[in-house]
Ligand binder design. Structure first.
Ligand code: ATP
Length: 290
């Protein structure tokens, strides 16, 4: 097959805890990951001449070896000595540098696509083992759905699918670097940790209210003081009836969980009017595989 279309789905973190900072500088995490119905579109084209070419619709994203899709294609094409070339056309919808794993998900989709296009015969697990070399979230982006991520984010345990609800996504007009957040986190001094095990039990019991009540993200301790607009967005979602609202990943995207669509719509309209958020979308959970 010479042409392949793929969807790279975004994620939110229903819970994000940093257990400790390791001696090697990496942070050990416990996160509840959830795929949502928001995606980038990718098209892969096989070329007769060797090489990897990347094109994106966003002028500020790299189109060279710095793009995660380039790294993902190169990893497999080098290992399997693929003599053909590939053209990757990436159309972004997932907000960039937003805590939604957009880049990792693009890379995951390319690993899956190259495996399929060149008939490499790698299993999902084998793709995950390779993906983690490029980014800790990539194995999860291959797995998708509801999962507990431990270690540096690569040790995955599948959880039962989240109960149905409406997800409001709101990203203020700022970009937050994941590196900035983790390097300013005082991981070993955190006084409050989210109850990740309690949240897992709530997911197993399909108890949406309790899942929402136990949402917590220790990275908010760094990002919110630096960017108070995140707290303002959370407050607006809660005032409009969100079961809970929280920053995703290292931010600055905020998501709110709603049991009723009307409430999510009301919050969405209010946020758009307030101009606190530059991008606002209503979406839902995604629990299919890649
Ligand atoms: P995470 O939730 O994993 O921390 P993120 O949402 O914070 O991810 P991304 O959108 O994945 O961050 O991108 C962060 C940086 O990576 C961007 O500033 C961008 O320059 C670079 N990058 C490289 N490839 C991509 C890509 N395909 N899509 C988005 N960003 C990319």
């Amino acid at each position: 097959m010479r042409k392949l279309k793929l969807k790279a789905m975004a994620k939110i973190n229903l819970g994000l805890d940093v257990v400790r900072k390791r001696e090697d500088g990496y942070h050990e995490v416990r996160m509840i990951m959830q795929t949502i119905h928001m995606y980038d579109q990718l098209q892969l084209l096989m070329m007769d001449t060797p090489g990897i070419r990347v094109k994106t619709n966003l002028y500020y994203l790299p189109e060279n070896e710095d793009n995660l899709v380039y790294k993902a294609a190169k990893l497999l094409m080098d290992e399997f000595h693929i003599q053909k070339g590939i053209h990757i056309d990436l159309h972004k919808f997932i907000p960039v540098a937003a805590g939604m794993a957009g880049g990792s998900s693009d890379a995951a989709a390319v690993l899956v696509g190259v495996n399929r296009m060149f008939h490499l015969g790698l299993s999902s697990e084998e793709l995950m083992q390779r993906g983690v070399k490029i980014g800790a979230d990539i194995p999860y982006c291959i797995m998708r759905g509801t999962a507990l991520a431990e270690g540096i984010g690569e040790k995955l345990t599948r959880l039962p699918a989240m109960p149905h609800c409406h997800v409001l996504i709101a990203k203020p007009g700022i970009h937050v670097s994941t590196k900035f957040v983790y390097s300013n986190l005082k991981a070993n001094e955190l006084m409050v940790h989210p109850d990740i095990d309690g949240q897992i039990a709530a997911i197993q019991n399909r108890d949406l209210k309790q899942i929402a009540a136990l949402m917590g993200n220790v990275l908010e301790t760094v990002t919110i003081p630096a960017y108070p607009v995140i707290q303002e967005i959370k407050d607006q979602m809660l005032e409009c009836g969100a079961l809970n609202a929280m920053m995703s990943g290292s931010g600055p995207t905020v998501f709110g969980l709603f049991d009723r669509e009307e409430k999510a719509k009301r919050a969405s309209e209010r946020l758009k009017r307030s101009e606190l958020a530059k991008q606002v979308y209503i979406t839902g959970m995604f629990n299919g595989g890649i």
